[in-house]
Design a protein around this ligand. Sequence first.
Ligand code: SF4
Length: 193
Amino acid sequence: MGDLIYQGRPVRFNNTIKMVEPPPGIEGEGFFMTKLNDVVGLGRKNSLWPLPFATSCCGIEFMATMASHYDLARFGSERVGFSPRQCDLLMVMGTIAKKMGPVLRQVYLQMAEPRWVIAVGACASSGGIFDTYSVLQGIDQVIPVDVYVPGCPPRPEAILDGFMRVQELVENESVRRRNSPQYKALLGEYGIQ
Ligand code: SF4
């Protein structure tokens, strides 16, 4: 903490807060030039809005991840939304029954591009211990997944690690990727236009 004098009064401020690094570029007096891709990536990376799709125990770990000790807000993601149209990161946590598959897919389809998906825990990633007729053996059977977080349940640290891996993908993603033939082919595999 340090002291700053403002209008004759001491103001205490926290000078240990780490600011994000600017992307590489060329700078001079009064200007800074960089790539559009890097600026967009930086902005998106630090303002992901998660949509928690929590059906069972892994959801409790997510609650801990959001709470003050682990504090997902440090990554610019405190704004958890429950409307798919306002979110860009779908976090699927818990056992997904086959009956729930179409619902999950519908939520995914309602999210605007660009959107990312994390499968949190063994159940969302692979069905986990529930190798039964009624449980979806991994959400990637119905929607594309960007990052899988292992564990049953994964600790909040693991969820944060998965989140940071999504941030890496977001930061380095080309602004053109969503219009690329490869991405369209990926969605086509899931029957999504
Ligand atoms: S992975 Fe384990 S902790 Fe998570 S929802 Fe499945 S059974 Fe529960």
